[in-house]
Design a protein around this ligand. Sequence first.
Ligand SMILES: Nc1ncnc2c1ncn2[C@@H]1O[C@H](COP(=O)(O)OP(=O)(O)OP(=O)(O)O)[C@@H](O)[C@H]1O
Ligand SMILES: [Mg+2]
Ligand SMILES: [Zn+2]
Length: 471
Amino acid sequence: MAKRTASFICQICGAVHSRWQGRCDSCGAWNSIAEEATATDTMPANLRGGRRGRLIALESLTGTSEDAPRVQVGISELDRVAGGGIVPGSVLLIGGDPGIGKSTLLIQASAALASAGHRIIYVSGEEAVAQVRLRAERLGLAGAPVELAAETNVEDIVATLSEGRRPALVVIDSIQTMWTDTVESAPGTVTQVRSSAQILIRYAKRAGAAVILVGHVTKDGQIAGPRVVEHMVDAVLSFEGDGAHHFRILRAQKNRFGPTDEIGVFEMTGLGLSEVANPSELFLSNRDSGAPGTAVYAGMEGTRPVLVEIQALVVPTSLGTPRRAVVGWDPSRLSMVLAVLEARCGIKLGAHDVHLNVAGGFRISEPAADLAVAAALISSLAGTVLPPDSVYFGEISLTGAVRAVPHAVARLKEAAKLGFTRAVAPAAKGAGGREPAEAPLAIDAIGSLGDIVAAIAAKGPRRPAAPKQEG
Ligand SMILES: Nc1ncnc2c1ncn2[C@@H]1O[C@H](COP(=O)(O)OP(=O)(O)OP(=O)(O)O)[C@@H](O)[C@H]1O
Ligand SMILES: [Mg+2]
Ligand SMILES: [Zn+2]
């Protein structure tokens, strides 16, 4: 008989506590601990001790093993983020805010694979079959031979999957709605989610079918409930975007079978998610190149260059403490750029509010954006419009030097493709100065932050700083 006990489990990190408390010691979350009934020994009796283990054949690293052929979904933005296609037997977790388009993306992927002759099973725990059908109809995919089910019990699902031809892909939408007979907690609790995920992962590995789990994301950006699921699966992808913009970004946070710096860019349309092959065009489409405080940054996302506009607004502060507001970039990186501007170039912004925005809701993580940020800040402060045909990239060090960054040629090529004619960038060093020879556009080589301050200041203000407007 399984002994039943209650334990107190943090619904965010999965830590187990012996009694209820207001705050989880392990992850620091408030009010996240809930009582869950658990069967202490769901393990079969023969594994609980006493049994002598079976001998396992150990193997060497160099043996022959069949190279896992990846299944190409045919949606190249998705295939690239997954590492070049989906690996059979792997389990992916796709997280994202409510309504961001997770089900849309996965029904599109399912339909594409099913139309290519694969067996695809889509299990919805949130919507009735009719609702899934309705979505497919709206997207024009109703003809694809995807097999649908509306089900939440994992044992029933696994039993169904084990019948008939092995599916190439199983979509579980979402893992939070799944429950298993082996534990007694309510669906959606950490214990249920973890146990259900374990059973589905075991199925995937045993059957060699790829499984995609959908996970909801909480307000603060965690994949809801158990972070424990994140390290059980082979890859964690997040689907991001905000309500104000049509585009969505698929990003790999963890991937055992591919890189984690690739992004896939989609646009949400009435006919579903369409791939954006050239994100730079999208991000620069509403550019206001005639205003001070904007600079185009030539960035990289994985293997792909992406151009985005960086907007800065520097205005005298009306309050005691100056505001520093950043959207789409690392606030501590902004503080550093401001400190270097002050210490090395004598530009004091202690009495100014600084607002920084990456246009279009895009998020940048590369330090290579430092130079573009600095240029936008100086441009706003000086009221000078930066040349509209220039792009900026380079990392700023604490000494004020501007450092070379990787993939300069790819950044320059992308800029040239979009009609830019100049790049303000660190002088390329090393490799025998090979890069400038290949450079598809003119480089204004910058050695230190002082150089760019001087270059912008030399042009003088085009117009006096705009009077402050209220409201
Ligand atoms: N008729 C329509 N025309 C255009 N876009 C639509 C239409 N209906 C839905 N959408 C888009 O699809 C989105 C919902 O997509 P979807 O159901 O795939 O999201 P989800 O991430 O699965 O959400 P949930 O977390 O609720 O499961 C909506 O936010 C909307 O942007
Ligand atoms: Mg959904
Ligand atoms: Zn916790």
